[in-house]
Design a protein around this ligand. Structure first.
Ligand code: 4NP
Length: 165
């Protein structure tokens, strides 16, 4: 039996969408009592905000729904992430393409879109909220919360059946 699944969420800046996904999914994992076997982290494809805490708007919107992002610090994706994480989940197609360009071929199947794991497949991208208003951050949370339950089920299945990708 596989003992651990490691998940990395990736957006552009690592200050809005991917730290929100990290905070939400970490709570979903904790609430399910699975914190010892599902590891959660986030990173950005660009280094503009390296070392910064998540955007205040993302933190406030998350806090209102009971998710704490305050301890997260932005970092850029490094090539070791592809060997270290079982799933490298992009928030949108642009970041998926950038990740695929960086990813060593042997790990290509680890790089996917996060919203693939949402029960409904209406949308595949979490839209960038950075230049918009507060509604964008609520939308980000709606999409992330929905996909997180699907992702938890997928991780549980992988832990039970290690052949599943
Ligand atoms: P994120 O949002 O990729 O969800 O963290 C953005 C953050 C910063 C910028 C763009 C998107 N920026 O251009 O600095």
């Amino acid at each position: 039996m596989k003992s651990e699944v490691r998940v990395l969420f990736v957006c552009l800046g690592n200050i809005c969408r991917s730290p929100t996904a990290e905070g939400v999914f970490r709570k979903v994992v904790d609430d399910a009592g699975m914190a010892t076997c599902i590891v959660v982290d986030s990173a950005g494809t660009h280094a503009y905000h390296t070392g910064e805490a998540p955007d205040r708007r993302a933190q406030l919107a998350a806090e209102k729904r009971g998710f704490d992002l305050s301890k997260i610090m932005a970092r850029r994706v490094v090539v070791e992430d592809f060997s270290q994480f079982d799933l490298v989940l992009a928030m949108d197609q642009d970041n998926l393409r950038l990740l695929r360009e960086q990813c060593p071929e042997e790990y290509a199947d680890r790089v996917r879109l996060f919203l693939e794991f949402a029960a409904d497949h209406d949308e595949l991208e979490v839209p960038d909220p950075y230049y918009g208003g507060s509604l964008g951050f609520e939308r980000v949370l709606d999409l992330i919360e929905r996909a997180s339950s699907g992702l938890l089920k997928h991780c549980q299945l992988r832990l039970d059946h290690p052949a599943i990708k």
